[in-house]
Write a protein that binds this ligand. Structure first.
Ligand code: UDP
Length: 486
């Protein structure tokens, strides 16, 4: 049975941030089970972009196939050809896309029913949990893959399910159901949409439905994390979702192409970094879709400059302005900032997009000021780079908490609206890059790097925890397939 050719169907949510970890998971599965085939299902334009993410001529992806389901964005009040969250005019229209994604259900049902023999397993996304009852009806084992870490998944799920802040309207902080009683979350650690949610708005309607379906209908939850890095969060998420949890991370760096035009080439970055001492440069980036406010950008620039620490900063037009517009340094940065930075290679300002993985892999990088997107966190830790957290949205607030808890990061600011103090930025940057506490954080980050490498390593019979989790997933699916009463 183990060696039989087995078919797995994957249904990621319609967003680049979900496609990449699903593709990395496909690669991990194929590494363990090269005779499997994997079909990734999505809407036509997303299938086109998924194909374009694959590195050309990489044979490890040849057992990956794609299937398109019909989708017309204009039927859902979305702009024409809008099939993924990355092409939305703004985050305000995300609920339209989320609700529209459920219209794929009858098409997915027909697709899954048409497969003969029926697949071994469906791997759904938390946001595509509407597909789980279809799989159950067809007696196909179905698991959910959360592209977040364990603590992020636990917090996000419990908060959306229970909206606990509504029970404490006068209090700035509140307890979270399922978490230890001493744990309290602050209102500033919630996205605007969660803060104003009342359980009947479009965000909570969709997310609560998907989270409930996941908890009730998935056979297990796969998390994009490493068991040894998040041990206590693992127990927490298991208790909250009442499902077996399998950790399959770190799902990073599989050579996917982003499709974005970088503001700087890899060679130029490497050459610039090559002129700096080991672990002396701070890398600053707020991910693929977030950006900070205009006043915050000024304060960050002042603080970093005052610290005297060399930096590479990926800049984007501030929040509230046209993100697709050309970055105007003279408008958004202190006067003469770029020129002073260029002198003696003190700093490199990169517009829009940088080759992040290559930058973080360079020995000259000693710290990462990040918005705490989970991919960025894993990319940083898997290279032993400690962080300064500045979470801006969504589960980034909880990711920031967990990396502080692990001792590999310190939070400097929070959200797009809040005041940012240039002196605090200066102090925190110095502390991370030059202080004793920063040195301790670097040591802890190096230990995380070792744990992450070990999780996907194999030495004869000895397999890392994430490889064992993939085995367990197959064993559970085989057992369920044989048990027709499941
Ligand atoms: N990224 C990059 N260059 C940039 C900004 C981001 O390569 O200038 C990549 C980064 O390496 C990561 C992804 O984009 O893989 C961002 O994912 P993350 O989960 O950190 O944040 P999100 O963009 O989803 O908020």
């Amino acid at each position: 049975m183990e060696q039989e050719r087995q078919h797995i169907v994957m249904l990621p949510f319609m967003a680049q941030g979900h496609f990449i970890p699903f593709l990395s998971l496909a690669r991990l599965i194929l590494r363990r089970h090269p005779s499997s085939t994997i079909t990734i299902v999505n809407t036509p334009l997303n299938i086109l972009s998924l194909r374009s993410f694959l590195p050309p001529d990489d044979p490890s992806y040849s057992p990956v196939h794609f299937a398109s389901l019909p989708f017309a964005s204009s039927d859902h009040n979305l702009p024409p050809n809008t099939e993924s969250s990355d092409s939305l005019p703004g985050i305000d229209s995300l609920p339209l896309l989320m609700l529209a994604s459920e219209s794929l259900s009858p098409h997915f049902d027909r697709f899954l029913s048409s497969l003969d023999p029926s697949p071994l397993l469906l791997l759904a996304d938390i946001f595509t949990s509407w597909s789980l009852p279809i799989a159950r009806r067809l007696q196909i084992p179905a698991f959910t893959f959360s592209t977040c870490g364990a603590f992020g998944t636990a917090s996000f799920s419990s908060l959306w399910l229970h909206l606990p802040h509504r029970l404490h309207p006068e209090s700035p902080s509140f307890p979270v159901p399922g978490f230890p009683p001493s744990f309290r979350l602050h209102r500033s650690q919630m996205s605007h949409y969660m803060r104003v949610a009342d359980g009947h708005d479009a965000w909570s309607t969709f997310l609560r439905r998907q989270i409930r379906l996941c908890f009730s209908s998935a056979a297990a939850l796969l998390c994009n994390t490493v068991a040894e890095v998040e041990p206590s969060a693992l127990r927490l998420v298991g208790e909250i979702c009442q499902l077996p949890v399998l950790t399959v991370g770190p799902l990073v760096d599989s050579g996917h192409r982003s499709g974005r035009e970088p503001g700087i080439g890899v060679a130029e970055c490497v050459e610039w970094l090559g002129a700096h001492r080991p672990a002396s440069v701070l890398y600053i980036s707020f991910g693929s879709q977030n950006t900070i406010g205009a006043a915050q950008m000024m304060a960050l620039a002042e603080g970093v400059e005052a610290s005297g620490v060399p930096f590479i900063w990926v800049v984007r037009t501030p929040a509230g302005f046209d993100m697709t517009a050309e970055f105007e340094a003279e408008r958004w940065l202190p006067e003469g900032f770029e020129e002073r930075a260029a002198q003696g290679r003190r700093g490199l300002v990169v517009p829009r997009w940088a080759p992040q993985v290559e930058i973080l892999s360079h020995g000259a990088i000693g710290g990462f000021l990040t918005h705490c997107g989970w991919n960025s966190v894993q990319e940083s830790l898997s290279r032993g780079v400690p962080m300064i957290g500045w979470p801006l949205a969504s589960e980034q607030f909880y990711n920031s908490m967990v990396i502080e808890e692990i001792g590999v990061a310190v939070e400097v600011a929070r959200g797009v609206q809040g005041d940012v103090d240039a002196r605090k930025v200066e102090r925190v940057v110095r502390m991370l890059m030059q202080g004793e506490k920063g040195r301790e954080m670097k040591e802890k980050a190096a230990r995380c790097e070792e744990m992450m490498m070990a999780a996907v390593a194999e030495d004869g019979e000895k397999k890392g925890s994430s490889l064992r989790a993939v085995e367990e997933m197959f064993e559970m699916a085989y057992a369920m397939k044989q048990d027709t009463a499941f």
